[in-house]
Design a protein around this ligand. Sequence first.
Ligand code: ADP
Ligand code: ZN
Length: 661
Amino acid sequence: MTSSPLSGDPYADLVWDAPPDDWAPDDLDAPPADDGWMPPPEAARRPASAATPGIRPSRYPSAAAALHDVYGYDAFRGDQAAIVAHVVAGGDAVVLMPTGGGKSVTYQVPALVREGTGLVISPLIALMHDQVDALTANGVRAAYLNSTQSPSERADVERAYVSGELDLIYVAPERLASPATAALLQRGRLSVIAIDEAHCVSQWGHDFRPDYLALGGLADLFSGVPRMALTATATAATHREITERLRLPDARHFVASFDRPNIQYRIEPKVDPRRQLAAFVKDHAGEAGIVYALSRKSVEQTAEYLRGQGVDALPYHAGLDAGVRARHQSRFLREDGVVMVATIAFGMGIDKPDVRFVAHVDLPKSVEGYYQETGRAGRDGEASVAWMVYGLGDVVQQRRMIDQSPGDRTYKMRLGQHLDAMLALCETVACRRQNLLGYFGQESGPCGNCDTCLTPPDTWDGLVPAQKLLSTIVRLQRERGQAFGAGHLVDILRGADTERIRQQGHDRLSTYGLGADLSDQDWRSVIRQLLARGVLVAQGEYGTLGLSDASAAVLRGEAAVPLRRDVLGRGGGGGSRPRRAAAAANLGEADQPLFEALRAWRAGQAREQGVPAYIVFGDATLRALAELRPGSLAELDGITGIGAKKREAYGDAVVAVIAAH
Ligand code: ADP
Ligand code: ZN
């Protein structure tokens, strides 16, 4: 899908892996077979009154009642209350909220409060299944229509819908395009229409789904039913496209802050990436996480290395057999503490709320990509970490990939700008979050929860080393017409005695040995930062270093060159962080054993039922239980995440676990 000429994916020809196979055929819903169904007579489509049989009656008198009884939440968060009130009153809404912001509640609650059934359009079968499982566990009558079902299962769902027995029905966009499905939906009564992952309608985004374009037609098919478009994509262009293409001219717009305060951002220089990664992952022992790498090969090698280190790591990329991918994904979702090592093919539509870390061992190509990938951590709002190592090699490699991409100049320039913004985030001496949110047009102060805030980096004056390096490059080029990569240039500057230096006579250059005061690592840091700022450029197939327009001013000493001093293992990963689960990080020492006991109980329950642990209870609920230690069923009321259905199902068991500790 990503390689579609329509998608305009700026990275289509740069990705190392095949397009994300979240949209791969094995997960895409198949178009419905023509089941010979005929549209119902006009009469069946007229709006029904409250007493009409076959129309699902309102189950909850108010939004607050639904929130408490079904989900066990005491209050709406952020914009949720305003969105729900607006939609319950019949208004259309465009909702931009970051991952983990709580979008589901904003369409599920109106569906529960209004008369009729809520229709949710969701692009992925896996997403639909997760949501229906979670709703069912909360006692909501939800079902989906997709190609994984047998005709008789589908017929059951259709019958239940038409007779008004469903609170919510999930349907894939391609299925909705069929007249038979539209006609079926018209035989019942819809309370609200929610278009999830609405950015899939954007032809310029990398998740473009042609079937989303047809969803604008819902405006005519179901006039009078409030419609919502929801997405976690932040850019203004996508926002405008959603509004226009989904035909929501009168919608109210709810744009939340895109900050994810529970995610700690950390970016370290890449020195020995595997060892650095292993140290970081071991710091999060027993927690679920995703490690992103660019190439399939590096995914496999990294997963193998981590397994050798005793980590329960699994590889995932588009080149793996579909069965293997499905198995790995299912283990990641259902078991505690699995680490998925993956290309960007993995993650979209993964609703797992308790991913505690996202690690990058290669530089993402844009800030958007970085934000989206790191955003898969901590959907549940609990403390999580986004960690990355990046180095000189990443910069050289990505510049080269842009250089060699087949696009025209404007296209390459755009890719270059994406990369520059990403590098600026990596090299900033200011708050990472401030930089990240600033990129999306949102102003903020220093966050206190990123590596630069926690340990402000030193800067040092890099002018003289920069001049030594640049003049070495100038001499080689002018006097001998030669160009070299970083490794050899550093050897010259440090006065190394290598075969190549002797052969080329580079020990006779006037800058030979002039930079012996800096270590190899220091020099790589200097070069990386000069590249990031465009004072140097990497050229050609081998990434040789050359001068840029900005080099002259530095050579003449007319530009300042403040550099960030690299520190390894800053703000944890190197061991400064206590080795306990991030979910339990806010818990007192005394409550930890109970938290762990509840976690073990939850794992048993999940295994027994064959559902992911978070379907039983989220980490936030376990934390509240460990802290508040309710001693009776009555005291469970008010614990976040325990609604009526779960109190009935698990209440006694949970109280017993607590009593035993
Ligand atoms: P999104 O779809 O925006 O990524 P979700 O709807 O999956 O977010 O919600 C993210 C998490 O926040 C879930 O674990 C959910 O249970 C929790 N949540 C949502 N709304 C509330 C609320 N009002 N109170 C407490 N927890 C909430
Ligand atoms: Zn910060």
